[in-house]
Design a protein around this ligand. Structure first.
Ligand SMILES: CC(C)(COP(=O)(O)OP(=O)(O)OC[C@H]1O[C@@H](n2cnc3c(N)ncnc32)[C@H](O)[C@@H]1OP(=O)(O)O)[C@@H](O)C(=O)NCCC(=O)NCCS
Length: 221
């Protein structure tokens, strides 16, 4: 399948408000894309990728296949056509030499971002529907200080959840450390999170049309 066909497929499954939101969040060095998850997308998993989904539910294969359709379109723009992006240790995607990236899926959409490693150490992305976080999860997700900052706003609770997952995806390839939600402390005003090991991670987020976050690590590694 050539790049033009890939673009057509991504375009046919596109949501202009979501793409606009992603482009507003992205820094100039990041490419971003999305796709509505569609029956049959599981077949986009390449032979070198597919074994990681052996035994997985069809819906899971669809989501990961949709994400890889997006990723391959973005990677083609960086000169890596038809490139496999298998799962590496710990679940993180394995990117081609010189590339960093991240992907995520919710019930409807797959999203991805990629960049050249020369421009950032690592990036992470997450997406969730624009719905309140269940109140019983708030204490698990938010530190006491974060709870004071967001008050009773459970949509902001969802945003904290999404920001922390994006931060986790950005730092895991660097630190290889499992993190709980309270291991990532979010400063919503400065748009920087601090990880348990002291690593600062910048992020951007939005609440509509989905709750989205992109996290990125710059500076010394
Ligand atoms: C990585 C994780 C956050 C993904 O969240 P999710 O809601 O299951 O799924 P998402 O759709 O948001 O993201 C899935 C993608 O994340 C990526 N991913 C999975 N593990 C990863 C890791 N360790 N590092 C970076 N990216 C990872 C993969 O690309 C995956 O897509 P794929 O299966 O199609 O390859 C979750 O699986 C996890 O491991 N959580 C434990 C740590 C955590 O959440 N701590 C609290 C926040 S600090």
């Amino acid at each position: 399948m050539d790049d033009i066909q890939y673009n057509r497929i991504v375009g046919a499954k596109a949501d202009s408000a979501l793409q606009a939101a992603l482009e507003q969040l992205a820094l100039p060095f990041m490419l971003v894309g999305h796709r509505a998850i569609t029956p049959g997308d599981g077949s986009a998993l390449l032979p070198t990728e597919a074994p990681a989904w052996n035994g997985a539910a069809e819906r899971v294969r669809q989501s990961s296949g949709a994400a890889r359709i997006v990723v391959r379109e973005l990677l083609a723009r960086l000169g890596h056509s038809s490139c496999p992006v298998p799962k590496a240790a710990g679940g993180a995607p394995a990117w081609p030499e010189g590339i960093i990236g991240s992907l995520a899926h919710d019930q409807r959409f797959a999203v991805a971002t990629v960049a050249r490693r020369a421009d950032s150490h690592s990036i992470g992305i997450d997406i969730e529907p624009a719905e309140s976080l269940p109140a019983d999860l708030l204490d698990i997700v938010a530190t006491p200080a974060e709870r004071i900052r967001i008050g009773a706003d459970l949509l902001m609770g969802r945003a904290l959840f999404v920001i922390k997952e994006a931060v986790y995806k950005a730092v895991y390839p660097l630190d290889r450390t499992f993190l709980e939600h309270h291991d990532v402390v979010v400063d919503l005003d400065r748009r920087v999170a601090e990880v348990r090991n002291g690593r600062p991670v910048n992020f951007r987020y939005c609440l509509t049309p989905r709750v989205l976050a992109i996290a990125f690590v710059t500076g010394s590694c």
